[in-house]
Write a protein that binds this ligand. Structure first.
Ligand code: AMP
Ligand code: MN
Ligand code: MN
Ligand code: MN
Length: 283
């Protein structure tokens, strides 16, 4: 049986394909009972998602996925159960989004040098009102025949050393965790298996994150390979961190795992929702 909880997914407020309300409806249809929406660097979809959740009998949890830089690498820190009206958090995220727009313009300059014009405008047309992410550039490039699909676009254009890559400086780990905790929430390291850290740095990260007051790491996620579930369950246990779980759903064709298909946490994990009232809806 898949888990009835999903604490990581994206709407059109960032790089997902469904609006917050449609995403919630989709989750409900797939049997999800407790849901967090975790758009990149933006809490703008939470109110609409919460309202839709009430209509669909889903128990909604505020979420966000904050971009952070640690040892020159980009990490994603999920915040859960924070106050979405917290001024410090909102102000910091506003700043991140302005930085994203500047970064997108630089990405476009890089792509223009490689002979691909109009990438900023093209990505913006796909993103509509939302923030600009590499996903939007990937969709623009794929739609214009520069690669066969969104995944191969990344390898060709959007990763380190490629023309559309810009080495972004996000907020530091301490700030990301501090903002989430300051807003009354819990901080979670998203998909730790994706960062390509060696074991020494991985352990250093876990130790530092725990010292900063971090609550959990994602153990089961659409962004991990199944053998990584147990690997990160062990790491969570070793560093006294709780375990989180989510699909990282972005929409059909953009995701590795659908909603309502996320396997349960391995035995022995302490779930991040262990002391939440929402726990009662999961049995
Ligand atoms: P950004 O935060 O603007 O750097 O964009 C990162 C987003 O791009 C991630 O959240 C994913 O949705 C997507 N992404 C990153 N790497 C890949 C990849 N290799 N293949 C497909 N999507 C990716
Ligand atoms: Mn994304
Ligand atoms: Mn992520
Ligand atoms: Mn994500």
């Amino acid at each position: 049986m898949p888990a009835k909880i999903d604490l990581h997914c994206h709407s059109t407020v960032s790089d997902g394909l469904l609006s917050p309300a449609d995403l919630v409806a989709h989750a409900a249809k797939r049997g999800v009972k407790v849901l967090a929406l975790t758009d990149h660097d933006d809490v703008g979809g939470l109110a609409a998602a919460r309202q839709a959740a009430a209509e669909h009998g889903i128990h909604f949890v505020n979420g966000v996925e904050i971009s952070a830089t640690w040892k020159k690498r980009t990490l994603h820190i999920v915040g859960l159960k924070f106050d979405a009206d917290n001024v410090a958090l909102k102000t910091a995220l506003d700043k991140v989004r302005i930085g994203r727009d500047e970064r997108a313009k630089e990405m476009s300059v890089g792509l223009a040098k490689a002979g691909i014009g109009g990438a900023y405008e093209g990505a913006k047309a796909i993103a509509k009102q939302s923030i600009l992410t590499r996903s939007h550039f990937a969709q623009f490039l794929a739609q214009n025949g520069h690669a066969k699909d969104v995944k191969s676009v990344f390898k060709k254009f959007l990763v380190k050393g490629k023309p559309g890559f810009v080495d972004s400086q996000w907020m530091d780990l301490e700030s990301a965790v501090g903002l989430i905790i300051g807003a009354g929430g819990q901080a979670v390291i998203a998909h730790p298996g994706r960062y390509d850290l060696g074991m020494v740095n991985m352990h250093l990260l876990m130790h530092e994150f725990r010292t900063l007051g971090g609550a959990a790491i994602e153990v089961v996620t659409g962004s991990h390979q199944p053998p990584q579930y147990q690997q990160f369950a062990t790491i969570a246990h070793r560093f006294s961190l709780k375990a989180s779980l989510g699909s990282d759903y972005h929409g059909a064709g953009l995701s590795y795992m659908g909603m309502g298909q996320v396997p349960e946490l391995p035995a022995g994990c302490v779930p991040v929702w262990d002391d939440w009232p929402e726990k009662q809806y999961l049995s």
